[in-house]
Design a protein around this ligand. Structure first.
Ligand SMILES: [Zn+2]
Length: 221
């Protein structure tokens, strides 16, 4: 099985999707990463791209399975003030989808965990592709979106894992919970994003549920 994870910036994969990378690997799903920008808002895009590759390798994603776009359409990258065009996102992701036959596409939901405009645009663009796929009656890929939760749940760390839930571990199912095999490994990988390893992100990675679990819903269109 082949999955494509689409993120907006270097560090999204560690901050928000670490359990996904670990859990899918445990299920023998090959995950490729498409990162739509180098995160060049402060002119450190090249540095951040290198950090992304190192962090992914720490999470056992091969560098050949990483595609980082450096496209003027997504400039200034990683800037809240810059609104990305969902049409351009759709076109960029569609080009990636033409290269391989993916079973799954995973990305943010409409709030994008933090409400960051680039995360929201990433969702909006991929939603266009999901809609087109539905109209064309194509069975693959399945489009899944990462659930954004309330502030209280967001910073509940691993607590929700203690709550019994009718978790569905069939990754083609309706509601999917993916749990981290090692939250420590996710924190270590995030630390490789040296330009981003600031005190508030250190706290985030410690207390965020996204270090311990990811829940996905189908992208309904
Ligand atoms: Zn981001």
């Amino acid at each position: 099985m082949l999955a494509l994870l689409v993120t907006a910036h270097p560090d999204d994969e560690c901050m928000f999707f670490g359990p996904t990378l670990q859990s899918l690997r445990c299920q023998a799903v090959l995950v490729q990463l498409l990162c739509l920008s180098t995160g060049n808002a402060e002119g450190r895009g090249a540095e951040r791209s290198v950090e992304l590759v190192r962090a992914c390798e720490a999470l056992q994603v091969d560098r050949r399975d990483i595609n980082i776009l450096d496209d003027l359409k997504f400039q200034p990258q990683d800037g809240q003030s810059c609104v990305w065009s969902p049409d351009e996102v759709a076109a960029a992701v569609d080009r990636q989808l033409q290269q391989h036959e993916y079973d799954l596409v995973l990305t943010f939901d409409d709030y994008g965990v933090s409400g960051h405009s680039n995360h929201c645009a990433t969702f909006a663009g991929i939603r266009q592709l999901a809609k087109a796929a539905r109209l064309a009656h194509t069975s693959k890929p399945h489009f899944l979106m990462l659930e954004s939760v309330s502030l209280l749940r967001k910073f509940s760390g691993p607590l929700e894992l203690l709550i019994p839930r009718s978790a569905c571990h069939d990754i083609a199912g309706d509601f999917v919970t993916l749990t981290a095999s090692s939250s420590a490994a996710i924190r270590s990988a995030m630390a490789l994003h040296r330009t981003q390893w600031l005190w508030y992100r250190r706290l985030f990675i410690l207390f965020s549920r996204y270090t311990y679990m990811n829940t996905f819903k189908p992208m309904l269109v």
